[in-house]
Structure formats: C-alpha cells, structure tokens
Design a binder for this molecule. Structure first.
Ligand code: BGC
Length: 767
C-alpha cells in the first residue's frame, strides 16, 4: 500500500479534523463550517481534480461488460482524482479498498462518496414506496427508511437515490410503484418522512445516509405513461402538483436532488436552468447538490437539445447539474476541460458546481471517517428488529378493498384445508418488488410460506401455481442481474396446471388466490398499455372462483389493475402491493385477524385503462359526473376512490367543527372532528380532510386533501382529531396571476374516511 503523501495545507486540515473527530461523531458538521472548509479544499485543487469531483461512475466490479465500464480500470480513475463518486458498489471490503485508493493515492486525498438505490430497504426489504404511502403513516415510513439507512451505511454506502417523489397519475407508467401516488399533499408528507428517515435530524448523523429527491421534475407525467417520454405540464400543475413533494423534501433538508431524464415542456430536465436554478436555488434556497440521472447528461445530445457530448456537458453544468451520473464514460471529464479552454464554461461555474459536493462530503463526515467497519456491518444486517419492522410495515400498508359478508378475518378452527393458488403465491422476488438487490432471498417469506407458518406444521395446505406470467418484451434488469425466466409450459402442461388449480380449490374450504404482477412488470422500463391482469391470470381467477369455494384474492402489484370482475364476484380482496421480506407473514397476520387492515389507497383505482389519468382532484365542470355524460360505455367514477380502504371494524365521523366561519387571509381556521370505532375489534382509521374553493381567480379542484391522521381506536373509543387550515394550505399558483394566489372565497371542508367524505362544513375568507 502506498504511503500517504499529504500536501502541507491538507495535512493541517486533516489534523484539524482529527482534533474534532470526537466532537464530530456526536454532532454533524455545521453548514457554515463545511462551507468554509470546502472553500479551503477547493483552493488546492487543479481544474482536472475539480472536474473529477463532478463525476460519478457505475462500478459493477472488474468483470462488468465493457460498455458498463469506464475506459480505464476504476482504481486508476480514483487514484488520479478523476472520479468523485461511485455507485452500485455494495460490498464493504470493496468500498474500503476503493476508498483507501481515493484517500491515500488521489492528489488531494478527497474521499469518494458511495451512492446506491436504497429505495425500500437494503438487506431487509420493506414494502415498495407506493405501499408505504398506502399506510398513511409518516412516522412508520421514517422508521423503516432509517433502518434502510442504517443497513446501507453499515456497508459503506453514504447516499441513497431515494425518495422518488414524482407524482404519478397514470398507472400505465411503471415507476408509479416507486412513488407515493397521485396526491401532492400525501406525496409531500411521504417525501419529508423519507428524508427524515434517511438523513436523520441533520445531515451527517451517524447510521444515516444522504437522501436524494428524484426525479426533478415531472417524470411521472410521461406522455401515455410510456417511460422516459416527454412531459407536458402547465405551470399551474407544476407548481400546485408536481413540484410540491420536491419542495417538501427541500424544506425537510434533503441533501441532493436527481435531475430527470425526460423533456419537460420541451426543455430536458437535466439541462433546464429554470428548473435547476431559478426554482430550486432561487425560489427554494436549496444549498445541496444535484446529480443527473444515469447518463442523462450525455443524453441531452440524444434528445436533440445539445449539439454533442461536450455541448451536453456545458449545458448540464451551466443549468445546475453538479454531478454527472454515468455508465461507462462521462461527458464532464471528457468535455469540460476543453470547454473551459474555449471559454464555454468558466472556472467559477465549475467551482460553484464542486463546492456543494465537497460540503456534503464534509457534512457526511467522510473526511473524518472514510472507512467502514466490516464486522459491525454483519451485526447490523442480521438485526431481527429490522425484520420485525418490515412485518409491521407490510401490515400497515395493505389495503382491504372488499370484504363481503365479513369473510375476513378467517377463523383457523373452521378451516380444514386451504388452497393457496397463483403464480405469485410462492415467489420470493415477486414478494419484494423492484429495486431490491441486496435481499437475502432465503429469508424472504412468500404468501404460501407465511400461511404455512401461521397454520402450523400439521396444516393441510394445497399449493398450485395455476398459470405462468411473463412480459412480452423481457426486462433489461433481468438481463443485467441474471434473472432467468421459468421455461414456458407447453400447452398441454399449461392446461394441466390450470385444472390442478381448480381441483385444489374444489377440494379446499377456502382459496387464497395470489395474483398481480411479477417483480419485473412494475418499475423502470415497465410501463404497460393495459391494466389487465397479466397473462392468463383473469382466466385462472374466474375458473377458481367457479369452483364454488370462498375466495380471498391477495394482490401483489405496483399499480392499480383491472379488478372489475373480481370486485363483483370475489368476496374478499386484499391489496398487499409488493410487501417485502416479511410479506408472507404480514399477509397471514392480516388474513387471520392478528393484524387489522388500515391502509388506504394513495391513488384512484380506475375501472379500466381507458379512464386514466383520473385523479380525484380534478376540476368541476358545468355538468355533473353522472354516468353517460363522461363516457357512454363505462361509468365515469373509479372502481375504488382515492383514500379508500376497509377494516375489520367500522368507524363513524361526527362533530366536524371549525373555530370560525369567517376569516381574513392571515388567519388560521382550526378544524376538529370526532372519529369513533363503532365495531367490535380494535382498528386504525385514517381521518382525511378535504377542501374545495368555490370561486376565485382560477377554477380549483373539486376536492383536495389538506390533512390526514392515522389513529388507532379500541371498540367504542372516540378520538378528536385536529387540523389547521391556513394560507400555506389554501394558496395556489394561478395561471391568472402567474403567481401564488390566495382568493377570498367560500371554502368547503369535508372530513371522513376517503375522498368521498360526506361530513361537511364551510368558512369564508374575506378580504
Ligand atoms: C433511474 C434512477 C436510479 C439510477 C441509478 C436510473 O435508471 O432512473 O432512479 O437512481 O438509474 O440506478
């Protein structure tokens, strides 16, 4: 190993840091301190080293295919100071090895920052983000993301490319699974909760990570739901809807943002100075740094925006992309040195890009503690508490869509034989959902395994897969991570499997049918033109139901699917999303009443793909929404509304009170409402508050969520829930004024258990 050769000022700097190390471990470095030190470090760097700090490369190990590797061995690039960050390195020994090269051999000993997609867990996989949003429980979300942070940090990862806070209103878009759904208020709450979970109370807190709000901005509005397609979003929709969760993340102190791939109103997001500078820095005062999405800088040329890769580098860095994430080579280290010589970029612009990166490395404590304790990591990853948290999270995320005749909860004593059927019933990967790489597959519990655990060793459980499902076009990720599809059954075998499933149903007392989408059917590059159950699942569903035994349909999926037939013919439907490592145990708890469903839909559930997008917060029109007016061939209402979800108990709302009925724009209206558990078991209700502005300088949505709280109630118990409505909640960006507006108007208020809440009050905002 090469001996450290510090430059004198850097040595002094390091000694100063060492002196502070004990203090730093207890308290993160302040922003001001980091800013001063970053400036000092920057003044030592050559132009090449500065540009190196702007470069982030994927590293898939020495055996990675050539197109995924930089032109030179990664060790050489790190030693030269040509790279400031690596992503996709998850082995602590490799992280330490590369970090030693950066700290000991690079010209100014600047540590690397290691990033990874810690989306819903690292070793312990939690429910997918859409499911977490369905919990309507920000405190739980903070807790599970702090566990994810602890696990990832323990192996040396410093930075999570999460939360994804893109609002998505079109379930055809595969990445809807990665976000919090359609609503800016719920989305903002989930964004802030996740930032707190990843980062802790302040950047640099031990066992935490730097978070990334992505993909800035508008990616979820891809035309036709087709991944990467351009988004066309009005200014009003941008400010009122799509930018809201990003702003919430910034207000929660998020350290980084990721710029999106697609064109936003014809200007690619990763070259969009209005977005990355005027909005992010000027309007919101963001002090962290922006990383591009993978290859989004180079692809500015592919978009027909930049002339070539050098121009792309210039456009991105001057727009406000500090760091370029790149597969193979990057445009910054290739293009910026020449661009500087030609005067296309100034040294000052490069300095401005580098400074926040150095500041974040300092605030994360990487200069003080660049290496990771490999032995400690083993202990942290093995912590059984993490699995317990995953089970609870999966229970709290599930949404009970239907429960005719109170089929659920099931009573173990009355069941002699249970049939568990479906292509997802015993598939570990499909229980986890996308963006789960480090999972220990053997410890993932499928629905079949969870039910067997619940019913005990002697239980009579029949299992049949029934059908196979596959994508028409294979997933890039399967190829990348070596996931091999099961060989396709010949027709005669397929018929046999279907017949076996029907026989198992007929011979059992109850059927638990597990349908939905395989892991690779939802996520990046997983958009669909249909919301039908994939493959022959619908046929399996109808054939199994025809066997005449009660059917509980458990859905594993990352988007609403067409459940019209099931919603009319299957007595119980539990939406379990991709529930994660402990999914099977959690589902068994829910089906047998050891946990009571309390999740609510974070997205409107359409009847059919032809209805989308169909946000609940649409504007009112001159005609009511009755059937036959919007469509003549299908009802215009959704199958299940936003905010909907059943319980094993019932709740009643009463006493909706406002503390005043007329206010000035500076006042706050305090709202309270009582919720009572009117059933026989304890359960959770999510109290939801919606408002509507009757008139003003623009038409406003028929309803908008403005508050929620998940409360636990014993049978007969009543709780009073309080909300406050003020200017911040009610102002909106108006296309009439091209700015934030708070109209004098009459405001309707509803409180209840979903977006159709009936309990009503109103108040007036006077001039
Ligand atoms: C995705 C990002 C992700 C990045 C790194 C991209 O393809 O859009 O969300 O963070 O890859 O894996």
């Amino acid at each position: 190993m090469q001996k450290k050769q510090y430059d004198a000022p850097i040595l002094l700097l390091l000694l100063a840091f060492l002196g502070m190390a004990r203090f730093a471990a207890a308290q993160a470095m302040s922003e001001q301190e980091a800013a001063a030190k970053a400036q000092q470090i920057l003044s030592q760097l050559s132009t090449g080293e500065k540009i190196g700090q702007l470069s982030q490369l994927f590293y898939f190990g020495p055996k990675a295919p050539a197109e995924l590797s930089p032109g030179m061995p990664i060790e050489d690039a790190v030693a030269k100071g040509d790279v400031g960050s690596l992503l996709f390195v998850t082995d602590p020994a490799t992280i330490n090895r590369l970090q030693h090269i950066a700290v000991e051999q690079s010209p100014h000993h600047i540590p690397l920052i290691f990033g990874f997609d810690v989306i819903h867990g690292f070793r312990t996989i939690f429910p997918v983000p859409l499911a977490m949003a369905a919990s309507w429980d920000p405190a739980m979300v903070t807790r599970v993301q702090s566990i994810a942070a602890q696990e990832a940090r323990s192996v040396g990862i410093d930075w999570a490319f999460a939360p994804m806070v893109d609002i998505a209103r079109d379930p055809r878009w595969g990445r809807i699974v990665e976000g919090a759904g359609e609503d800016p208020y719920l989305g903002s709450a989930m964004a802030a909760a996740q930032v707190r979970g990843f980062q802790g109370d302040a950047i640099g807190e031990s066992d935490h990570l730097l978070a990334t709000a992505k993909h800035f901005a508008g990616y979820g509005a891809a035309e036709g739901g087709r991944d990467y397609e351009a988004s066309y979003i009005s200014d009003a929709q941008l400010w009122n809807i799509y930018l809201q969760p990003f702003h919430a993340a910034v207000k929660a102190g998020v350290g980084t943002l990721m710029s999106a791939y697609m064109d936003l109103n014809d200007v690619p997001a990763s070259g969009n100075r209005w977005l990355l500078h005027d909005v992010l820095r000027d309007a919101w005062g963001f002090q962290g740094f922006v990383v591009s999405d993978a290859d989004a800088v180079k692809s500015l040329a592919a978009h027909g925006f930049a002339k070539d890769e050098q121009d792309a580098a210039v456009r991105a860095v001057t727009a406000g992309v500090n760091m370029e994430m790149a597969l193979g080579h990057d445009a910054y280290t290739k293009g910026l040195p020449e661009a500087l010589k030609q005067g296309l970029v100034t040294e000052r612009q490069v300095d401005e890009a580098v400074l926040p990166i150095l500041e974040m490395k300092l605030r994360m404590g990487l200069f003080d503690h660049p290496y990771v304790d490999e032995a400690r990591s083993e202990r942290i990853l093995a912590d059984p508490e993490h699995r317990a948290a995953a089970r609870l999270a999966a229970e709290r995320s599930a949404v009970l869509l239907r429960n005719e005749g109170s089929l659920l909860p099931l009573k173990q004593s009355s069941l002699h034989r249970v049939a568990v059927i479906g292509p997802l019933a015993d598939s570990k990967l499909d229980t986890l959902g996308s963006w789960s790489f480090q999972e220990k597959l053997p410890e993932t519990v499928t629905v079949l395994e969870g039910l067997k655990n619940k019913l005990g060793p002697g239980a009579d459980v029949l299992y049949e897969q029934g059908v196979q499902i596959r994508r028409k076009y294979p997933s890039m990720f399967d190829a990348l991570f070596g996931v091999k599809p099961e060989p396709e059954w010949p027709a005669s075998e397929a018929k046999q499997h279907l017949d076996n499933a029907v026989r198992a149903a007929r011979e059992s007392d109850i059927v638990v049918l597990v349908l939905g989408e395989a892991q690779n059917m939802s996520g990046e590059r997983a958009s669909r033109e249909s919301l039908a159950l994939p493959g022959e699942e619908e046929q399996l569903l109808e054939a199994v139901a025809a066997a005449g035994k009660p059917v509980v349909l458990v859905m594993l999926n990352g988007r609403p699917l067409d459940l019209r037939w099931a919603s009319a013919h299957v007595p119980a439907i539990l939406e379990a999303w991709y529930p994660g490592t402990q999914g099977g145990n959690a589902i068994a708890d829910l089906l047998f009443g050891d946990a009571v469903p309390g999740g609510k839909l974070p997205i409107t559930w359409p009847r059919d793909v032809g209805q989308v997008p169909q946000p609940y917060a649409h504007n009112t029109t001159q005609d009511p929404e009755d059937s036959g007016i919007r469509y003549w061939d299908e009802e215009s209402t959704p199958l299940y509304p936003f905010g909907y979800g059943l319980s094993y108990t019932t709740f009643a709302f009463s006493n909706l009170k406002l503390d005043r009925s007329a206010v000035t724009p500076a006042d706050t209206v305090n709202v309270s409402v009582d919720v009572t558990n009117t059933g026989a078991v304890a359960g959770d209700e999510v109290v939801q508050l919606y408002t509507h502005q009757r008139y003003g300088l623009a038409s406003r949505p028929v309803r908008e969520l403005k508050g929620f709280e998940r409360v636990s109630l014993k049978p007969g118990e009543t709780k009073t829930v309080h909300f406050a409505l003020d200017r911040d909640q009610l102002a909106y960006w108006s296309a009439a004024t091209h700015g934030w507006t708070f109209d004098p108007s009459i405001y309707d208020v509803w409180a209840g258990d979903d977006s159709r809440a009936a309990l009503h009050a109103q108040f007036e905002v006077q001039k």
